[in-house]
Design a protein around this ligand. Structure first.
Ligand code: C2O
Ligand code: CU
Length: 461
């Protein structure tokens, strides 16, 4: 692992921890992963600097929260302290912990009350790019989220540096009227092809990349010839994103942290809760290039900057400059081939659920007035979702990885899958190996609050 990367990560982690009132955390050496030694997350009111303007929000000391980085097989131990005026929990999005560590209040644990704490502790056997976030009401709509990376014991990819980018829609403490009609939204019209793609409908005046608005972008330093790994994560409440980098193509290596055969594309589309790992060759000779993030189906713009260290022209592009690559080729689930398919027993699935997504209902029901979906340990379970609504729904299953059924027979292994609007159908299979009650829900938080949730419930066969 190159020194640049190690240093960068070390600094990030230390900066995060030092804000977290944890003396034990502070004493840890800069470089080591925060494994069994313990990490403290304090959920508390805080102020966030948005391009010079301080707004009040809730977070884990910084937005995004401090990066948690472990190695496959490590034990993650995180002490959550609740300094908020209401209950909270933390969910480890994409990980498959024992049920009691999953962070869903009222389902897997009692909510953590103000002034109280809870220790999450479990093994993280599977490498990948994950996220953590609060799972109480709309708390995630504030700054209560962060990146969680589990590195493999042996890294197969070779790259010179890596960056994690969390994409978010934002309105906390920001006056919508303030931002209407100016700011960083490109003055070009909405992208024509994207008109029909909408993941939500609420007003969000800002898009943030790693907690930063377009006027004060995150800068990713590279050198000519570098290969850079990006872990791109959509943690927004209500917004699907298009992501591209001017002058550079993206080689997809993982989706939701799970490896796929490499596919090179111009842009990504990420539903809420989805992640993509991409490799980017820094093949330009220098300059500063726009990393553009566009909201699908509505106005909204965010960005970071890819800057070639030491080259002449390193002035950031103007905030609203829109990479043409955003309109280029996107990867489809059908062309993503899993490199590590699930070990599903051959033959027909043991249990099949066929669910219509209409409005914000699943199978015509709204949680909590909704039937659980029983499964039994050891079963191969198939779930089909038919979306008749006008919104695209990113559907997330807790506690499991599933394999998307595609014509190749080797569809990507994921934990969140977007079902297109107006007739979109997606089917996935999973192996029931993790007993408990698990949430299955749309990762649009407004839809979730509306009841777009079911429980997958382990029962005796
Ligand atoms: Cu990001 Cu219920 O999940
Ligand atoms: Cu939805």
């Amino acid at each position: 692992m190159p020194a640049t990367r190690r240093q960068f990560l070390g600094l990030t982690t230390v900066a995060g921890l030092s804000l977290l009132a944890g003396c034990s955390a502070k004493a840890r050496p800069a470089a080591g992963p925060p494994s069994a030694g313990g990490l403290r997350l304090t959920a508390a009111p805080m102020r966030l600097d948005l391009a010079g303007r301080e707004i009040p929000t809730w977070g884990y000391g910084m937005v995004p929260g401090p990066e948690i980085r472990l190695k496959a097989g490590d034990v993650m131990r995180v002490r959550l302290e609740n300094a908020l005026p209401e209950d909270t929990t933390v969910h480890w999005h994409g990980l498959a912990p024992p049920n009691g560590m999953d962070g869903v209040p009222g389902v897997t644990q009692d909510p953590v009350t103000p002034g109280d704490g809870f220790t999450y502790e479990f093994e993280t056997p599977i490498a990948g790019s994950f996220m953590y976030h609060a799972h109480v009401g709309m708390q995630l709509d504030r700054g209560l989220y962060g990146p969680l990376v589990v590195e493999p014991r042996t890294e197969e990819l070779s790259y010179d540096r890596e960056y994690t980018l969390m994409l978010d829609d934002w309105r906390d403490g920001v006056d919508a009227a303030d931002h209407a009609g100016h700011g960083a939204t490109p003055e070009t019209e909405e992208p024509p092809a994207a008109e029909e793609v909408s993941f939500g409908g609420r007003a969000y005046p800002l898009l943030l990349v790693d907690g930063r608005p377009p006027e004060d972008p995150r800068v990713l330093e590279v050198r000519p010839g570098d290969r850079v790994r990006l872990r791109v994560m959509n943690v927004a409440a209500d917004t699907g994103f298009r992501f591209a980098i001017a002058g550079h193509r993206l080689t997809v290596t993982h989706t939701d942290g799970m490896p796929v055969e490499s596919v090179t594309v111009d842009a990504l589309r990420l539903g809420m809760g989805e992640r993509y790992d991409v490799l980017v060759d820094a093949a330009q000779s220098g300059g500063a290039w726009q990393v553009g993030v566009q909201a699908e189906g509505r106005r909204g713009w965010g960005r970071a900057v890819l800057r070639y260290t030491g080259s002449e022209a390193t002035t950031a592009p103007v905030a609203a400059e829109r990479p043409a690559e955003l309109d280029g080729r996107l990867p489809s689930y059908d062309e993503l081939l899993s490199r590590e398919p699930l070990a599903l027993p051959a033959g027909e699935p043991d249990r099949v659920y066929d669910l219509v997504l209409s409005g914000t209902q699943i199978g015509g029901q709204s949680y909590p007035d909704a039937d659980p979906l029983p499964v039994a340990e050891g079963e191969r379970v198939r779930l089909t979702m038919r979306n008749t609504s006008a919104k695209w729904h990113p559907m997330h299953l807790h506690g499991h990885h599933f394999q998307v059924l595609t014509p190749s027979g080797r569809g990507p292994v994921k934990d969140t899958v977007t079902v297109p609007a107006r007739g979109g159908v997606v089917t996935f299979d999973f192996l029931a190996t993790n007993p408990g009650d698990w949430l299955f829900h749309c990762h649009n938080h407004h839809h979730m609050e509306d009841g777009m949730v079911r429980l997958v419930r382990y029962v005796d066969a």
